[in-house]
Write a protein that binds this ligand. Structure first.
Ligand code: ADP
Ligand code: CA
Length: 404
């Protein structure tokens, strides 16, 4: 037995009558078209009998950069990048199951930020690639995902993988996702206050595995790490192609940056101030008063992934493979260290100071977390990526009647 098998045994009790069990294996293919890259997740499930939940047997994962939105003006080339990933599924799924294996692509903030016309052109090219494949192409198989689903499905994934969605004692954990263009916060409110005080569109009921969860979730478009860089530079939503300067960047820096198909020029404050203090003030303008702050989260701990994880790992706050537990103040401490010694960190990304400072401000001033709020940084649980794609695949299989 591998660790993974052992672990899932606790989650799903073995069939009471294994001799009569008809084990069924099936697959699901889910594409995550993120703002910074496109990823394919090929999941394998086994279901031992119709009465019990399917078990997740494994995942094949691959990714390419840049994301679809970078092909805004060449939709065929964007679809080509999807096709290269889909070819992996041809090898991974046994031929006799191709026709029964659904393939779906959901795009997130990168495509949300494009014009309707450009986004649709990309989606329809991808749809053609799917139609030409031997897989099952459900209706609506290629779409832009609603931001609230992004949070909910990531929450489902993390709580499924940590075993919180089965059995009686459900101690679910909240999730924080920081993408390139948007960021999500999701948790199951325990206090009546939270339900009363939250804007109604922050609360969504969701049915999964025969339970209904009333979740608090919101996706903040434009608050992803890379969008926040542009906002901090004052370069968001301007046609102006001037040089944008910031106290969060190395003094002598002058460079170019491509995001969402647009080229930006940016640099440090040659004469003026640099360092954590002025940088924090700059970043604060981007987040202060812009996010809803539910009281309930101040004391609870959260699972955090994507750029929270990447930046913590880049600066050795956590181990790149293992992840780890941090307090909010650890991000602040590291931001100060990097911003006040930019020469020492010059070999890393020139945005490291800005990114860490933004993460600090987002957590403290944006969501209202305390300095000592605990964050569990995780990339994988039992070797499965903590991504909304697993939750989306469960949802898909459920809607197609492949699972119950
Ligand atoms: N399979 C994955 N599981 C978890 N995080 C991922 C995965 N693929 C990419 N990420 C992380 O997502 C972040 C990029 O966000 P992205 O999905 O491209 O933007 P957005 O969500 O805003 O569309 C990076 O931190 C990257 O490491
Ligand atoms: Ca994402």
């Amino acid at each position: 037995h591998s660790n993974r098998e052992m672990w899932f045994q606790d989650l799903f009790p073995p069939n009471t009558c294994p001799i009569n069990a008809k084990t069924k294996t099936f697959y699901g293919i889910m594409f995550d078209a993120g703002s910074t890259g496109t990823r394919i997740h090929i999941y394998t499930f086994v279901q031992k009998s119709p009465e019990i939940l399917p078990e997740l047997e494994g995942e094949i994962f691959e990714s390419v950069k840049p994301g679809l939105s970078a092909y805004a003006d060449q939709p065929e080339k964007g679809a080509e990048s999807v096709k290269r990933l889909l070819d992996m599924a041809i090898d991974a799924v046994p031929p006799h199951l191709w026709k029964k294996t659904p393939v779906v692509l959901k795009a997130t903030a990168g495509l949300r930020l494009l014009s309707e016309e450009k986004a649709q052109a990309l989606l329809s090219e991808v749809k053609e690639v799917f139609e030409e494949s031997p897989f099952l192409v459900p209706e609506d198989s290629v779409s832009i995902m609603d931001g609230s689903y992004e949070g909910i499905l990531a929450w489902i994934t993390v709580n499924f993988l940590t075993g919180q969605l089965s059995g009686q004692n459900q101690h679910t954990v909240g999730t924080l996702d920081l993408g390139g263009a948007s960021t999500q916060i999701t948790f199951l409110p325990r206090f009546e206050e939270t339900l009363k005080e939250s804007p109604t569109d922050f609360l969504t009921s969701f049915e999964m595995f025969n339970s209904t969860y009333k979740l608090y979730t919101h996706s903040y478009l434009g608050f992803g790490l890379k969008a926040a860089r542009l906002a901090t530079l004052g370069a968001l939503n301007t046609e102006d192609r001037q040089m944008f300067r910031s106290s969060c960047l190395p003094k002598q820096l002058e460079a170019e940056w491509h995001f969402g198909g647009v080229k930006y020029r940016y640099g440090g404050n040659k004469e003026g101030e640099t360092g954590f203090k002025p940088c924090y003030l700059e970043v604060l303008k981007v987040v202060k008063g812009k996010l809803h702050q539910p009281d309930e989260i101040r004391g609870s701990s959260f699972y955090a992934f994507s750029y929270y994880y990447d930046r913590a790992a880049d600066t050795n706050l956590i181990d790149y493979e293992q992840g780890g537990v941090l307090e909010v103040r650890d991000f602040e401490r590291k931001a100060k260290e990097v911003c006040d010694n930019m020469e020492r960190f010059s070999s890393a990304s020139p945005f490291l100071c800005m990114d860490l400072t933004y993460i600090t401000a987002l957590l403290k001033e944006g969501f209202g977390f305390r300095d000592n709020t605990l964050l569990q940084l995780t990339k994988k649980v039992n070797n499965i990526e903590t991504s909304w794609t697993l939750g989306a695949t469960f949802h898909l299989l459920q809607s197609l009647g492949i699972t119950y």
